[in-house]
Design a protein around this ligand. Structure first.
Ligand code: TRP
Ligand code: SF4
Length: 524
């Protein structure tokens, strides 16, 4: 059987096991919409247009990487290095993800369950949450329906070995601290921002807006008691949420720390020019002990290729500062500090310092020392000291019927609750990357990169066994493997997986009852 190549399917090639890393551009539009359909036509654009970083770049820093990382299923991240470093150093870190209880948990959710559980094994403080407020407000589900699905998500998470004693499970609707945090965060965001990030408009219901703020609180919740690097494993459709949460983490801070050379503020590129001028001070300063800003401006104008706008603005800032001495310093900015916090910071700074209305310049601290001090004082004086949260992104699985995997099309996905025989049948009926005839397949090889069945092997059925996944791949593209047998093998493995998973779910029932999580919403 061959797959029919519909236009709306997204590209699935480029896993680490695939031979070529290229991705044919499908549709031109790449929109990341948390409530739209999860379709990505070109993963490369996520790097270029959205600034998501490539996972392969941090992979070497990750201790014992998970197979989803090794195989390129986890393809992107924001700031994950922070988390990897904490992991390496045995320092505290956290992982959190959330599940909207709108239907059955399926094999796509299993990726996230596995990612959470892996981080838990690595020593992370791990959180799984049921996004019931979001399901209610953004999808309109009743509390009865939500309770039923919530239970199913929790059972599967436990069945896959989430350690509920060590980790934290909660429902948004029952977590008072979360809702308080959400209220605080809401005061740092405004509606026009939501319009531009999410396309909200006058018709958007207010609870939906509130559920976004709740998700912001979810993302920062692992740092409720103490700041720590935190990773949010999600699909790339959730990236707008991650970016906003990163912004809010900064906006909530009492203090910011920057470098400066004089009274004016400058961005990173401007600073690099000013720094160069400072380094060259003996070349131009009348008194090299005290180079003046205007002298530096003249030097920059002569020695650097002007026309670059950052140089131009650096020069004019230096000119405006005139006779002010140029002198490197680390600056604390007052973002949201209470008066008491600002006073406490002044007290806490050793060495030479200059206090201004809204900032303090210090001359004997390194930037790292200053960051640490700012966080310490902030925590002592009632702030959170949030570290910007990190994220990792996994590829979406292709639907078994081609096109996208959709929870509303049962044949396109395998639910973790599917009868094992149905799971078997769905795999048997899946489209493949095979050729029209067995003869052609032997001659040309199959197209594993475009095959949903191969994805099942790579994402799930091979488990930790890279060699097996590679063997399937090589045999397929080498023409030794034919789709009939290949699907039979995959179907059997899927059947076994579902049988085992469902047994474990039954065993987990008891555990679930003992957990400190409301199974029946108090809002019913
Ligand atoms: N919005 C997510 C979804 O649609 C669910 C979610 C809620 C979430 N809070 C979260 C995901 C925090 C990650 C982190 O599936
Ligand atoms: Fe897909 Fe297997 Fe056929 Fe290759 S042999 S195209 S992996 S079903």
């Amino acid at each position: 059987m061959t797959r029919d190549d519909t236009d709306d399917r997204f590209e699935t090639d480029g896993t680490a096991l695939a031979s070529d890393g290229g991705t044919a551009a499908g549709e031109d539009e790449v929109a990341l919409d948390p409530w739209g359909s999860a379709t990505i036509s070109d993963y490369r654009k996520l790097f270029e247009e959205f600034g998501i970083e490539e996972f392969d770049d941090v992979l070497p820093d990750v201790p014992n990487p998970h197979y989803l990382m090794r195989r390129g299923v986890i393809f992107g991240h924001r700031d994950y290095r922070r988390v990897a470093e904490a992991m390496q150093a045995g320092e505290p870190f956290a992982a959190l993800s959330g599940f909207m209880p709108t239907g059955d948990p399926h094999i796509g959710h299993k990726l996230v369950f596995d990612e959470l559980i892996w981080h838990q094994r690595q020593g992370g403080d791990t959180y799984g949450l049921i996004a019931d407020l979001e399901a209610h407000s953004a999808r309109g589900l009743s509390w009865e329906e939500i309770d039923e699905h919530a239970r199913d998500y929790l059972l599967s998470l436990l069945a896959l070995d989430f350690d509920a004693e060590d980790g934290t499970l909660y429902r948004q609707s029952e977590n008072r601290d979360l809702q308080d945090l959400s209220f605080e965060l809401g005061s740092k965001a405004n509606f026009s921002e939501f319009q531009s990030i999410y396309g909200f408009d006058g018709e958007t219901n207010v609870s939906h807006v509130q559920s976004v703020v709740t998700q912001m609180a979810d993302i920062l919740y692992p740092q409720f008691d103490e700041p720590k690097p935190t990773v949010i494993p999600v699909g790339p459709d959730q990236d707008p949420h991650v970016r906003l949460a990163r912004d809010l983490a900064v906006r909530m801070r009492y203090f910011g720390v920057t470098r400066a050379y004089a009274s004016f503020e400058a961005d990173e590129t401007e600073l690099s020019h000013v720094a160069a001028a400072y380094e060259a001070r003996t070349e131009y300063a009348e008194d090299p002990e005290t180079p003046r800003c205007e002298e530096a401006a003249d030097w920059l104008a002569e020695s650097v290729d002007t026309g670059v706008s950052a140089v131009e603005t650096a020069i004019s800032k230096l000119e405006n500062a005139g006779m002010e001495p140029l002198r490197p310093r680390v600056r604390f900015l007052d973002r949201n500090a209470t008066e008491a916090a600002f006073e406490a910071l002044i007290e806490a700074i050793d060495g030479e310092k200059r206090v201004f209305e809204e900032h303090i310049d210090t001359f004997d601290l390194s930037r790292e020392e200053a960051e640490e001090l700012a966080r310490e004082v902030e925590m002592e004086t009632g702030g959170y000291g949030f570290v910007m949260p990190s994220s990792i992104y996994h590829r979406f699985m292709t639907g078994l019927t081609g096109g996208k995997m959709s929870s509303s099309v049962p044949a396109s996905h395998i639910s973790l609750l599917d009868d094992p025989e149905d799971g078997y049948e769905k795999v048997k009926a899946a489209t493949t990357g095979g050729r029209e005839t067995a003869e052609l397949q032997r001659e040309l090889g199959g197209r594993a990169d475009e095959c949903p069945v191969y994805e099942l092997y790579a994402y799930l059925l091979s488990g930790d066994d890279d060699e097996f996944a590679k063997k399937v791949y090589d045999e397929c593209v080498g023409g030794e493997r034919l789709c009939g047998d290949c699907k039979e093998q995959a179907a059997r493995l899927m059947e076994e997986f579902l049988e085992e998973h469902q047994e474990k779910r039954e065993e987990a029932e008891e555990l679930l009852e003992e957990l400190d999580i409301q199974l029946k919403s108090s809002r019913r």
